[in-house]
Design a protein around this ligand. Sequence first.
Ligand code: 5RP
Length: 223
Amino acid sequence: MTADQEKKQAALEAVKYIKNNMVVGLGTGSTAKHMIEAVGQMVAEGVNLTCVPSSDATEKLAKELGIKIVELHEVDHIDVTIDGADEFDGDFQLIKGGGGALLREKILAWNTKFNIIIADSSKDVKKLGAFKLPVEVIPFATKQIKTYLEAEGLKPVQRMKEGNEYRTDENNNILDIDIFEVDDLQELEIKLLKIPGVVETGLFLDSTSLIIVGKEGGSEIKE
Ligand code: 5RP
């Protein structure tokens, strides 16, 4: 089974948790894309859903598929959000933000009753950190924050796109940092969020309700 087949299988399993009249948070990325297509199929078959997207790209795809999209302030909660991850460990801790949508994804997760993560088997790790942790920062402070994180041994690399500095949907920069040697992730999260100009990190430490991993012979559901 290819990684993309695993992603699709996890996505198809996850949409079974979506029921008529729910408010659904839509994640971002190649795994979430399969889920959004499946949600589009459900809507086409008559299921009534209201969806909140986690990125401009997700919003565009959802609208193309005829999915009803609203802004977060138009709903008082989200019933279920389905999103991908770059890595997850046995304690349901995640690194997200490889696709740059970490800020809105984290806001959706915080406002959601039941968060489902869908992934291919390569995302399942013993220890987080082989994937670099995205940290979203305000451009005004990017250079100073990078210098500080270098001194802390976190080896920040400013994300680039086509030769230019990468900008998120919120027009911020991303610094990808190396956290593999860090043991206390709660402490790291607090430390990073204390830095003026850091908007959000891609550490999702306690928001996940269920993880669905696409695998040969059926999906593995971790709860
Ligand atoms: C985007 C994300 C994605 O969920 C994460 O990068 C996984 O992406 P993919 O499903 O393409 O592997 O956090 O900000």
